[in-house]
Unconditional design. Structure first.
Length: 411
């Protein structure tokens, strides 16, 4: 079976990390695959380093907006990318397109009108309340060729709502991580603590992820000012970078707020790190303070490292964490409860160790990459029509005769 993976951005965040995991582990005896993505950003290079064939198209410039001028600009971007992607699909003739976001799904589905190509939308996001969201759902219903993978039950319910057609077409495949990359490591803990000049007994709280308002870094910094009144030696590490234009303003606001509160000496913005698994070892507590969270991949990574997790009880996070058992949950955007939970967990190392141990076991049993790939590859096989299935079976019986995107050799 030929699969074309399309990602609408070249930047790398949670959805792209999952895509890279898929590309690294896909059964090459069953699936030929190619990635199409923009060349602005690290994704193209990272996919190439995995030995995957890659082609580039322009980045898709599209956001939810009420402004007519921006909407017109976004529509122009859609048209340009759709036209170029359609040319690639006509040339490559994939059996299936894996569109790695809702935006990518819109592009891929429109680009294949009249071609009969199956398109899978990988739903990594929660649709906001907006007329465009309604239009997206109507479009998905009308396109019978589309199937959806949701990263959590919360995402599936958000996308499908009360629509029985969308619910039937949506399969929940919970995200996963490479467990070998996220393991407790005392050597890494000491190395990073030395690098950051942190005392061995100094309480270290962390938040890891893209710098953007939805992730709640600003609210955590404000809450941390109150934490310091009860734990004056505590340190807050903010790991991540701003990926989009308006997020750069948010990053500046984080720095300004720390200074205005007089706690800049206790708050470090470390930017993007390539050693997140090692940084996790340093943390006595990871906070996931999102107002909305489709899944919460960073929570899995921390739990696998035996780092205790305190999270806002929203959306996909509640499908990962059971309060008081393998992690800790607080009501979203409740500063007083957030402060109380941070202080309580900071002062009770035995409680942290208990939930951390259970969290590690939970991730190992339910969120391994092996489990994920088994479910995903079964989904791919079930998503093609009977004719495609017959061709796939033939290529498996005669792997030497399988066609591996011969069109690439001509370019």
């Amino acid at each position: 079976m030929k699969i074309l993976f399309y990602n609408h951005t070249g930047q790398v965040s949670g959805a792209e990390r999952v895509l890279l995991m898929i590309l690294a582990r896909l059964d090459q005896n069953r699936f030929d695959h190619l990635v199409i993505c923009p060349d602005q950003g690290p994704l193209l290079r990272m996919a190439t380093n995995l030995g995957v064939a890659v082609q580039s198209v322009p980045a898709l410039d599209a956001r939810f907006t009420w402004r007519v001028d921006r909407l017109l600009r976004y529509l122009k971007s859609f048209f340009l990318v759709i036209r170029q992607l359609r040319r690639r699909v006509v040339s490559l003739k994939p059996d299936l397109i894996h569109a790695n976001s809702i935006r990518a799904g819109l592009v891929a589905t429109t680009a294949t009108v009249g071609l009969g190509t199956r398109v899978v939308w990988h739903l990594h996001d929660l649709l906001p309340r907006h007329p465009i969201s309604t239009g997206i759902r109507v479009f998905a219903v009308l396109c019978a060729r589309t199937r959806m993978i949701a990263v959590s039950q919360a995402v599936a319910e958000n996308f499908g709502g009360a629509n029985s057609v969308l619910r039937k077409r949506t399969t929940v495949i919970l995200n996963a991580i490479d467990l070998e990359s996220f393991q407790p490591n005392q050597t890494a803990r000491q190395r990073v603590r030395d690098e950051l000049n942190l005392g061995e007994s100094q309480p270290v709280i962390g938040i890891v992820g893209q710098l953007t308002p939805r992730k709640g870094q600003l609210e955590l910094i404000r809450a941390f000012a109150q934490v310091l009144r009860q734990s004056p030696r505590a340190m807050l590490l903010v790991v991540g970078s701003s990926l989009f234009n308006r997020d750069h303003e948010y990053e500046r606001l984080l720095r300004e707020t720390s200074q205005e509160l007089g706690i800049s000496g206790h708050v470090r913005l470390l930017g993007a790190r390539n050693d997140v698994a090692e940084v996790m070892q340093v943390l006595d507590l990871l906070v996931v303070n999102s107002a909305a969270e489709p899944f919460g991949l960073v929570a899995l990574e921390a739990m696998a490292c035996a780092t205790p997790v305190l999270a806002a009880a929203c959306d996909g996070l509640t499908e990962i964490i059971k309060h008081g058992v393998n992690g800790w949950l607080v009501a979203p955007r409740d500063k007083e409860k957030l402060v109380a939970a941070i202080v309580r967990l900071s002062r009770r190392p035995m409680l942290r160790a208990q939930v951390a141990e259970q969290g590690k076991k939970h991730v190992a049993s339910r969120f391994s990459a092996d489990r994920y790939m088994t479910e995903l590859q079964a989904f791919y096989s079930s998503s093609v029509d009977s004719k495609s299935k017959a061709k796939t079976a033939e290529s498996i019986v005669n792997p030497a005769e399988a066609t591996k995107f011969p069109e690439l050799a001509k370019q």
